[in-house]
Design a protein around this ligand. Structure first.
Ligand SMILES: C[S@@+](CC[C@H](N)C(=O)[O-])C[C@H]1O[C@@H](n2cnc3c(N)ncnc32)[C@H](O)[C@@H]1O
Length: 290
């Protein structure tokens, strides 16, 4: 059972909640325009490195005729996705040795996965399982803008925690995360070099702004809480990666202080005190044809 990613790198709440917002229907027109898939066809779509399954869920909503499969090597993600996202097939597997026959999918897609897998295996395997004329879509996060009220920045207990977490980055680096980063020029070039044609890069802009009038109270709470869970998850990852470094009291103290500041933000939102905090992400989408 492999749970390395969910235990040490990004937990289920971090990935599931942030991706559910990123791939919410508010941003569907941008993504669907870039994917340029025929929504009327019964497409067979494979998501590589699907994590806890939020993008698979969006694909299932956006392409109701399609048969969606999600694959990841982290068993905790796959178990969670199977329980959470219905109507989708999820399975454990290695992107570098896909457990599928040649020419079996119309579309392969991945979000923030390409940079972690050796490119000849990453593209070669997708090319092998795609039908002739099939579409490969590679999504990756690029720039982001983050603005928060001053009290949301690291507070004293968080600062103390992260100072004591010295060595955490090295512990995570041992898992070879982001071993194959590519620039906005290198990514389409790699897709072409590994045999895809009609390669076309594009960009979607996702902005999460609780105080925006088009954002419902429910979604505003989800935006604030997704950030809360990402921050709590980072603490858990550091605790996991540095066994014996922190006492239970220290862990409780840092988590309590994190909850306090997000509770404060929620209370302000509920009172209508606007902060205009925002997270803007530029997502690159590269599309190529086999
Ligand atoms: C940054 S996460 C992105 C997860 C998901 N796509 C999302 O956006 O929420 C990278 C994912 O790639 C998966 N992964 C990394 N290498 C893999 C491999 N060789 N085979 C399958 N999955 C892999 C990890 O388990 C993790 O779920």
């Amino acid at each position: 059972m492999n749970t390395t990613w969910s235990d040490y790198i990004q937990g289920i709440p971090t990935l599931y909640e942030s991706r559910r917002l990123r791939f919410s229907d508010a941003f569907a027109p941008q993504f669907k325009a870039l994917f340029a898939l025929d929504a009327e066809k019964p497409l067979k779509i494979l998501e590589i490195g699907c994590g806890p399954g939020a993008l698979c869920g969006a694909l299932h909503r956006w392409y109701p005729q399609a048969e969606v499969t999600g694959l990841d090597r982290d068993s905790a993600f796959i178990r969670f996705a199977q329980e959470q996202e219905k109507g989708i097939r999820f399975l454990e597997g290695d992107a570098a040795a896909l457990p599928f026959a040649d020419n079996s999918f119309d579309v392969t897609i991945s979000n923030t996965v390409a940079e972690h897998i050796e490119p000849s295996a990453f593209y070669g395997e997708q090319r092998r399982v795609l039908k002739p004329g099939g579409i490969c879509l590679v999504l990756s996060s690029r720039k982001s803008i983050s603005r928060k009220p001053a009290y949301m920045k690291d507070n004293a207990p968080e600062k103390a925690f992260w100072e004591k977490a010295d060595g955490y980055d090295d512990a995570v680096a041992a898992y070879e995360i982001c071993k194959y980063p590519m620039s906005e020029s290198e990514l389409p070039a790699a897709m072409e070099n590994y045999g895809f044609s009609d390669v076309a890069p594009g960009y979607a802009v996702v902005h999460l702004t609780p105080d925006h009038p088009a954002v419902s109270a429910k979604v505003a709470h989800e935006i604030i809480n997704a950030d809360r869970h990402g921050t709590l998850d980072a603490v858990d990852s550091a605790v996991h990666a540095l066994p014996g470094r922190f006492s239970e009291e220290e862990i409780d103290a840092v988590k309590r202080s994190i909850h306090q500041k997000y509770d404060r933000r929620i209370a302000q939102y509920d009172r209508g005190e606007k902060q205009w905090d925002t997270l803007v992400s530029v997502i690159m989408v590269v599309r190529g044809r086999k």
